[in-house]
Write a protein that binds this ligand. Structure first.
Ligand code: F6R
Length: 612
């Protein structure tokens, strides 16, 4: 949520900043801005995307080797040029870019207003830079001290970079609960919200911890202090990311690329964990805490959005296979509803970005009550990965399309392996069945690959339904979370209202919505409750609803009953979400493209939700 990039070195900052900002645009894209030091402070900003910023700057002066840029997802104040970052201090000597929320900004602003300060924008960020300058001038301290003193007064989350016209050879960066990574090159430094803008310049990085300040100066080594002025030794890590992973590689959109990457990303999630020849499945990252899971009184899964849907699949899996009670919670509800948690509970936090503010807060709450926290994250080194006791990375590779696709199937893959491991350890599954499931799991990437061959057929289906205004997604058992996920995918990128429902719940209300204009996507790949799903389809048909059924290959019964059917490879019931979700991702994608929507950057959304 909001992308930050900054540069200090010997090269021209502007092209580096703009390229970096483009790579961060998935984090927010309602306005963008840049500030560069070159004797004077050059500051440009616009409402709109990075391309609009570049166009508006045109041939204006952009020279300078120190600068910073920002792409915004609005929290305080509507998206417009004034509210866009960077923000000036009152004298225009300082400027700031910020990701996060200063929760006590109203109180701080009131104080500053009393002292005669005038604000241009409605943002919390402008309050912070006013406060920093106020401290710098009135307490006669240097920039670093002023930032330290100001941040001690701040309640909330921040990742910031501050530059000063008077100190043109220094960048000051700081973070709390919002990610910030520093790239160390030869005689140059990069600061960014994540590694994407840094990777093409250097693989040596330092992740800032909460309440740390990086002091980045020309021709000097990187210095890190806390806001309480305790020196920290920078811990340099190597980035394991290559450029091709963050580029479209010939696909029209990142989302499509990521959908098509799933045979590989699922395989990568299983690599080194599913040892088919030895008949073993084990998640190395959680082995030290495995006993806690095996003996857990109950498992709580906390997550948001698509990750929450993966969590629901996890509930079905762990309860069925390992017989441990599981509850799945929206992190945002869990953290505020005074839940009962104790030391025998294990909390599994699921997050693609590893930065979701509510999930992070839920973890802190559960930790404070003594629970063991296991993370399932995609982004290595992310805040959630670091806040948990142990965890498993999904290894799906960078997910740049705002709508989550390959991260979901990777999360489900980890949960499948976890449930199988726990079942094995607890002796809740006959060994013959255990080995049979391992073999079937090993073949899932090939079945996903086969499912992706349906792309053209699904595109044709999207052409028929592209003008729909509503859609219902129905599923039972393991296909219920998939129905929720399918509906979320459709609404977030094509702006068509869609609801996911347990198929049998439909007659308790939503059935009233069904008429001849309502497409109803029915996930009908279940074997155990097949007849019940058939009945649910009849109920829709009796009310003239249009059935699009996702069925197993060769299923003639539902195939003939449905108006349109998509046949997917059959698998074990517990693995169905890994297959049945693929046609729904493709359907949403094509619907959105045909409706002219910006698939990778849907309106109002951002990739990692670092605000509450
Ligand atoms: C939907 C989507 C969101 C995220 C949610 C949680 O396509 O991407 O619903 O799943 O914001 O994000 P993470 O997984 O990063 O915690």
């Amino acid at each position: 949520m909001c992308g930050i990039v900054a540069y200090l070195g010997e090269r021209q900052a502007y092209p580096i900043l703009m390229k970096g900002l483009k790579r961060l645009e998935y984090r927010g894209y309602d306005s963008a801005g840049v500030a560069i030091l070159d004797g004077e402070m050059l500051l440009y900003k616009v409402k709109g995307k990075v391309a609009e910023l570049v166009a508006s700057i045109g041939k204006k002066k952009t020279s300078g080797t120190v600068g910073m840029a920002h792409t915004r997802w609005a929290t305080h104040g509507e998206p417009n040029e004034i509210n866009a970052h960077p923000h000036y201090s009152p004298t225009h000597n300082l400027a700031i870019i910020h990701n996060g929320i200063i929760e006590n900004y109203v109180a701080l602003k009131k104080e500053l207003l009393k002292r005669g300060y005038i604000f241009q924008s409605e943002t919390d960020t402008e309050v912070l830079i006013h406060l920093i300058e106020d401290i710098k001038l009135n307490e006669r301290v240097d920039l670093v001290n002023a930032v330290q003193i100001a941040l001690k007064q701040v309640i909330g989350a921040y990742a910031i970079v501050v530059i000063s016209k008077d100190d043109p050879d220094i960048l000051v960066a700081a973070r709390k609960s919002s990610p910030l990574v520093i790239g160390i090159g030869k005689k140059e430094f990069f600061v960014a919200s994540d590694a994407a803008p840094i990777i093409e310049h250097t693989s040596d990085v330092v992740y800032l911890n909460d309440e740390e300040i990086a002091i980045i100066q020309k021709n000097k080594p990187l210095k890190i202090k806390t806001i309480s002025d305790i020196e920290r030794t920078p811990y340099i890590e190597k980035l394991e990311l290559n450029l091709s992973k963050i580029e479209k590689s010939g696909f029209e959109h990142f989302m499509l690329k990521e959908i098509f990457e799933q045979p590989h990303s699922i395989r990568d999630s299983m690599r080194g964990r599913l040892k088919i020849n030895e008949g073993i499945v084990a998640l190395g990252g959680i082995l030290d805490y495995e006993q806690k899971l095996i003996n857990a009184r109950r498992i709580l899964i906390v997550a948001c959005g698509t990750s929450w849907h993966a969590g629901l699949v996890g509930e079905y899996l762990i309860e069925e296979l390992a017989r441990i009670p599981v509850e799945v919670e929206y992190a945002s509800e869990f953290r505020y509803r005074k839940p009962v948690i104790n030391e025998e509970d294990v909390v599994i936090a699921i997050s693609q970005s590893g930065e979701t503010a509510d999930t992070l807060a839920a973890i802190e709450l559960a930790k404070s009550k003594g629970a063991t926290i296991i993370g399932i994250c995609n982004v290595v080194g992310s805040s959630i990965a670091r806040a948990t006791h142990a965890g498993s990375y999904t290894h799906a590779g960078p997910e740049i399309g705002v709508a989550s696709t390959k991260a979901f199937t990777a999360q489900v893959t980890i949960l499948v392996m976890l449930a199988l491991r726990l079942a094995y350890k607890r002796g809740t599954l006959p060994m013959s069945q255990f080995y049979q499931l391992l073999n079937e799991l090993d073949g899932i990437p090939e079945k996903v690959e086969k499912t992706l061959l349906l792309n053209d057929k699904i595109k044709k289906l999207a052409e028929i339904f592209k003008d729909s205004t509503n859609a219902l997604y129905l599923g039972r058992g393991y296909n219920f979370p998939v129905a929720l996920e399918g509906a979320l995918k459709l609404k977030e990128i094509s702006y068509i209202h869609a609801e996911g429902y347990p198929a049998a719940e439909m007659k308790h209300g939503p059935i009233a919505l069904i008429d001849e204009n309502m497409p109803v996507v029915v996930l009908a790949t279940n074997k155990t409750i097949y007849d019940k799903v058939v009945t649910n389809i009849q109920e829709v048909k009796a009310r003239k609803g249009i059935i699009i059924a996702i069925v197993n290959e060769g299923d003639k019964t539902i195939g003939e009953m449905a108006d349109y059917s998509i046949e997917v490879p059959e698998t074990e019931e517990i693995f169905t979400p890994l297959i049945s979700t693929i046609p729904l991702q493709l359907f949403s994608y094509h619907m959105a493209v045909l409706r002219g929507c910006n698939v990778d950057q849907p309106r109002n959304l951002a990739k990692s939700v670092t605000v509450e």
